[in-house]
Design a protein around this ligand. Structure first.
Ligand code: ATP
Ligand code: MN
Length: 466
């Protein structure tokens, strides 16, 4: 089947009266004495195409009957001529010869009438909300960013690796895990007996992964430059605007790379994605700038061009302590940076993205490379205005003895890390990587303030509808 041009493609054509077909959903219908104007959207871009049914045609009985049932949300197919539009803001419109109603959307029942609906209201309509300007734009930017992520890495010699979703290692350390089981929980509760994990599907406790990092490190130690891009799961019990229970993460890992290389890669990556959004999604970004987050475009342009500020954790704490700002959690050296602290540093101190490095080892994962001060690790988080952490990464501890010692200190089950320690036993190399939360990136690029609005079907505590 030859695909017809989309509305986006039609709007890019020179209107010369050529025959065209438009299929899509009606956004609005407006009637004047002379004509009926129908705005049709097919999701290919933010813009609608205007279909004009002139007076002569409107008078035809069949057309009149069809038009009666053409209402907001209905799907239609129109044929006509692509002609220059006298209306301002659009180059072309369709002068209609025939119009067919494909699927009705009765006005008394269709929930998305032509008025502004709140994002909260639309969250209850996750199956229909993508038909609005906002969610259509989010979906297109999400697509563009996913594609750009692959492009960025592929152009730089990285290999895309699929890490497993199910894992039996319960101490990846990044967050609370969801258990995966085929045991009959109800029968078990009735019997009151002990849980026999050897009878479970995998013969032991299994979980959904919280990160692909440990697995992708093995591929890094053979293919040198690798990345994962897939779903991850965390049983986050806090209800925040920046945490989901199911989210997508991008995790590059580079052999023979140190912390400075890692910071450079993360910075180049974010700037590449922001520039791509500005050029490839210009219409949608303009919409977000106007309707969602005033000043968005200018701030993204600045991010794309300005080197990121670097700051050690110790300096960040000093900034917070000497700021005299009121914090819910009082900052002190050794504390985990709270979102309010991260926001303060990016919004008030730096006024842009900032890379914070060298965190206390106690608040970071076991696998991070220990610094020679004995207190900190070669970690780097990238923080951005509005919500704080967007990237978490580090140079990895590649020295067997130090890694084993850390695992013991933390009381982790060493046997579970046998394969991970093998990487340090055989041909170990320095290496570094980071995790970028895909939905956090989308919040950053679109200006949307709730993470539930940048993923089609958000999963969070007590929320798994649709
Ligand atoms: P936070 O402190 O914000 O909870 P984290 O320290 O748990 O983040 P990491 O374990 O470093 O995060 O994960 C890497 C990245 O994954 C984060 O920088 C963030 O962009 C993203 N991320 C982490 N948890 C979530 C979540 N629950 N929902 C969406 N994105 C997340
Ligand atoms: Mn977390």
């Amino acid at each position: 089947m030859a695909l017809l041009p989309t509305v986006k493609q039609l709007l890019a054509m020179e209107p010369e009266g050529q025959d065209v077909t438009v299929r899509g959903w009606v956004r609005t219908k407006r009637e004047t004495k002379q004509s009926v104007f129908i705005e049709i959207n097919d999701g290919s871009c933010l813009s609608n195409i205007q279909a004009v049914v002139d007076a002569l045609l409107v008078k035809e009985e069949a057309v009149k009957n069809t038009l009666l049932r053409v209402s907001t949300g209905a799907s239609v197919e129109v044929h006509g001529a692509l002609v220059p539009s006298p209306a301002k803001g659009q180059k072309a419109e369709v002068s209609v010869r025939t119009i067919e109603l494909i699927g009705e959307a009765p006005a008394d029942r269709y929930p998305l009438q032509k008025k502004a609906h709140s994002l909260e209201f639309l969250r209850e309509l996750a199956h229909l909300r993508v038909r609005t300007n906002t969610f259509g734009a989010v979906a297109r930017v999400r697509n563009a960013m996913a594609f750009a992520i692959h492009r960025f890495f592929q152009e730089r010699g990285f290999y895309y690796v699929h890490t497993p979703i199910i894992t039996t290692s319960d101490a990846e350390g990044a967050g609370a895990m969801f258990q995966v089981t085929t045991l009959d929980l109800e029968a078990l509760a009735k019997s009151g007996g002990p849980v026999e994990y050897d009878k479970d599907f995998f013969g032991k406790k299994a979980y959904l992964t919280v990160s692909g990092q440990l697995n992708v490190e093995t591929y890094c130690q053979a293919l040198s430059r690798v990345y994962t891009f897939g779903p991850t799961f965390r049983a986050e019990n806090s209800n925040t605007t920046r945490h989901l229970a199911e989210f997508w993460m991008i995790e590059p890992e580079v052999a023979f790379a140190g912390l400075a290389d890692n910071i450079a890669l993360a910075t180049e990556f974010i700037q590449f994605l922001v520039s791509t959004a500005l050029t490839d999604c210009a219409e949608d970004i303009a919409f977000f700038d106007q309707r969602i987050q005033p000043g968005l475009r200018e701030s993204l342009e600045k991010v794309a061009q300005t080197p990121f500020t670097h700051m050690t954790y110790t300096d960040a704490i000093r900034e917070l302590e000497t700021s005299h700002a009121e914090f819910e959690f009082k900052p002190y050296w050794g504390c985990d940076l709270q979102s309010e602290h991260e926001k303060f540093i990016t919004e008030k101190v730096v006024r842009g993205p900032v890379v914070v490095t060298d965190y206390p080892k106690e608040i970071k994962a076991f696998y991070m490379k220990q610094n020679s001060d004995g207190k900190t690790v070669a970690a780097m988080d990238v923080l951005v205005p509005r919500f704080g952490e967007i990237i978490g990464g580090s140079e990895r501890e590649w020295r067997l003895e130090l890694l084993e010692k850390r695992i013991e200190e933390l009381g982790l089950a060493k046997e579970a890390y046998g394969w991970y320690l093998d990487l340090r036993r055989f041909g170990s190399t320095p290496h570094s990587g980071f995790g970028l939360g895909f939905e956090r990136l989308l919040m950053f690029v679109t200006g949307m303030s709730n993470i539930r609005d940048v993923i089609p079907y958000p999963r969070a505590a007590r929320q798994a509808e649709f």
